[in-house]
Design a protein around this ligand. Structure first.
Ligand SMILES: Cc1cc2nc3c(=O)[nH]c(=O)nc-3n(C[C@H](O)[C@H](O)[C@H](O)COP(=O)(O)OP(=O)(O)OC[C@H]3O[C@@H](n4cnc5c(N)ncnc54)[C@H](O)[C@@H]3O)c2cc1C
Length: 591
């Protein structure tokens, strides 16, 4: 089943929910209005449907191969990557002065979604390069930016992110890679990094490894970690002392090479310090936040592809008579209410998460480009609150959607030929890398809620309350149903925010026992809020007499979200506020 980019829905979200027209009023984004977005998305859809998507299943069956220190990527990847960079896609959101196109993150988000729907394994390489560029834009010197960014934008170099070590996964304070200062101002790096995505490959001439390491004598813990640029090939053309010693065999994203990199086995890998010593983790957070957002987009992308696959199968597979007697013979399974329920759940989750992520992207754009410093700050705070939701919710939902996709296929989903199983296998990594769901939830509880005493969360709840009032005033059956569920969700969210703020210091175990449920609650309610806004916009367009089928589908999907997914919000609240005891009461020794 081939992929068809959901351009119509993407443009609807951009226009009605993320405010692309307002974005085009911001300084520097004058060219980035709806028409530009539509043209770019159409072009991106063509490229991804025709060039990248056909490589997805072959990449799964012919993964990257490691031999004698080199990695050969899956068939067709190298050629597709050339076309990708020559088409200007790597530079889409990056500054014009470095060869990019300077388009907003909002437009990039849609293009990244398409690329990831087409081929998650392939898309990881540009995703990490984007993160490396963003980190250098934030913390790199002018010389570092000038040396690396144009090359990464034009695809002659790619980026990689080197955090993880055998003993340092979620906990980066345990990083042991050593950096020794040299008389010429550079450093020599020694250590082992594991799980490095596209840490070695054959698609570009050079790889800019961004590496976390500890300078000799640095303080223990996170305060002693510095960030280094460590290129695979040095400026004089010689090979740096960083070598791939193996790549992993994996459950999913098999075409994406996951490398073990050995630094300094032959005298030390030359590294260039980024910013100041001991502030590496702070800089890396920029890259991680970009990458976390990007992984959330991967979730939406994967869910969309799994949904399309399931719909196609459900229309074809003939099995069982409809229970309402509408046909006297066996019918395509799409007639069965339970199959429709599964397809609706897949669709509603995907559309809601898309809306959540694109609204976050627009906030990011306003946080960077708005002329008013107060508005910039408000948008930055809003965006930062949304990042763990985008990463956590969109990836957990992708796993559920991919699993439903297999279920719709029945036994044919469990075997590999149909491709549905690949989506489920690929989906599982999304809840793990770039910080597991629990790590996102810790961020939400600690940095995003407790630190400001719940102020950001409360401000969002107030905006949701305003939408509830609009829904009540709209007066349709769908808006009434949505109003009730969204308001109940808002109340559940407010209760939990108060609980987190009140109990955080005294009963940390109780609060953190509910951290992932809090993330799921907040994500579901904020995504549901976007579906409520979509419902209002679609009803208004229908009332104005335009675009029947699409808008009717939007209203129906939003209503489903309210009645089947938002309704779960009060249950999440109960788990958090009432259920903490039963998480921690069980004695450790009894496991
Ligand atoms: C395919 C793949 C690609 C990857 N790509 C990269 C890459 O490019 N660069 C890179 O640096 N890394 C990469 N990683 C590493 C990845 O980011 C880590 O695997 C991830 O951060 C989790 O770390 P860990 O595997 O050590 O798990 P652990 O940290 O050991 O976690 C195990 C379990 O404990 C839980 N846990 C741990 N700490 C806490 C806590 N404080 N609170 C609550 N729960 C906790 C986790 O949620 C998880 O369920 C990749 C991994 C894989 C598998």
């Amino acid at each position: 089943m081939s992929y068809r980019a959901p351009v119509r829905d993407m443009l609807f979200v951009m226009k009605e929910l993320a405010g692309i027209d307002a974005l085009a009023q911001l300084p520097g984004h004058e060219e980035a209005g709806y028409d530009t977005a539509a043209a770019v998305l159409e072009e991106s859809a063509r490229f991804n449907e025709n060039v990248v998507a056909p490589l997805n299943q072959p990449g799964d069956t012919h993964p990257s191969v490691f031999h004698a220190g080199r990695v050969t990527t899956s068939p067709g990847f190298k050629e597709a990557f050339r076309q990708f960079v020559e088409g200007g896609w790597q530079g889409l959101q990056h500054p014009v002065e470095f060869g990019g196109q300077g388009l907003p993150k909002l437009i990039h988000a849609a293009c990244a979604e398409m690329l990831n729907s087409a081929n998650l394994s392939f898309a990881l390489c540009p995703l990490l390069t984007d993160g490396a560029i963003e980190a250098l834009l934030t913390a790199g010197s002018h010389a570092q930016q000038a040396a690396c960014i144009p090359k990464m934008v034009d695809g002659s170099w790619t980026g990689s992110m080197n955090l993880t070590e055998p003993q340092a996964g979620s906990d980066l304070s345990l990083v042991r890679t050593r950096a020794e200062p040299q008389p010429d101002g550079t450093y020599k790096l020694f250590g082992t990094k594991i799980f490095i995505t596209y840490g070695e490959h054959d698609m570009a001439d050079n790889i800019v490894h961004l590496v976390l390491a500890r300078v000799a004598g640095a303080p223990e813990g996170v305060k002693g970690i510095s960030l280094f640029i460590c290129p695979k090939v040095l400026a004089d053309g010689t090979r740096n002392d960083v070598h791939c010693v193996s790549i992993e065999h994996k459950l999913g994203i098999r075409a994406s090479p996951t490398a073990v990199l050995q630094y300094g086995d032959h005298g030390g890998a030359v590294g260039d310090l980024v910013g100041q010593e001991n502030r590496g983790l702070e800089y890396m957070f920029v890259m991680m936040n970009a990458a976390r957002y990007g992984v959330g987009i991967q979730g939406i992308a994967l869910a969309e592809r799994a949904y399309q696959h399931a719909v196609a199968y459900a229309r074809e597979r003939v099995q069982g008579r409809p229970v309402d007697g509408s046909l006297t013979r066996a019918a395509p399974i799409v007639h069965h209410p339970d199959v429709r329920r599964m397809l609706m759940r897949m669709r509603a989750h995907t559309e809601a998460c898309r809306a959540l992520a694109y609204v976050a992207a627009a906030a990011h754009d306003a946080a960077h480009a708005h002329a008013d410093a107060r508005v910039r700050q408000e948008n930055q705070t809003f965006y930062e609150f949304l990042v763990p939701l985008v990463k956590g919710l969109c990836t957990e939902m992708a796993l559920e959607v991919a699993s439903l996709g297999v279920q719709v296929h029945g036994g044919m989903g469990f075997i590999e030929e149909t491709g549905a199983a690949q989506y489920l296998r690929d989906a599982k990594i999304l809840t793990i890398y770039e910080g597991t769901t629990a790590i996102q939830a810790n961020d939400l509880v600690g940095r995003k809620t407790a630190r400001d005493g719940g102020a950001t969360a409360r401000a969002i709840a107030a905006r949701i309350a305003a939408t509830v009032r609009e829904l009540e005033a709209a007066g349709s059956a769908a808006s009434g149903s949505m109003a009730r569920r969204l308001d109940a969700g808002r109340q559940a969210l407010v209760d939990v925010v108060e609980y987190v703020v009140r109990e955080g210091k005294e009963r940390p175990n109780a609060v953190y026992a509910g951290s992932v449920p809090y993330l799921m609650l907040a994500g579901t309610v904020v995504a549901g809020w976007q579906m409520a806004r979509a419902l209002l916009a679609a009803e208004a367009r229908l009332a104005a007499g335009d675009e029947g089928a699409f808008m009717r589908a939007k209203v129906a999907t939003a209503r489903f979200y309210a009645e089947h997914i938002l309704v779960e919000a009060p249950t999440w609240r109960e788990r958090i506020v009432e259920g903490a005891e039963s998480v921690t009461a069980f004695e450790l020794e009894a496991f």
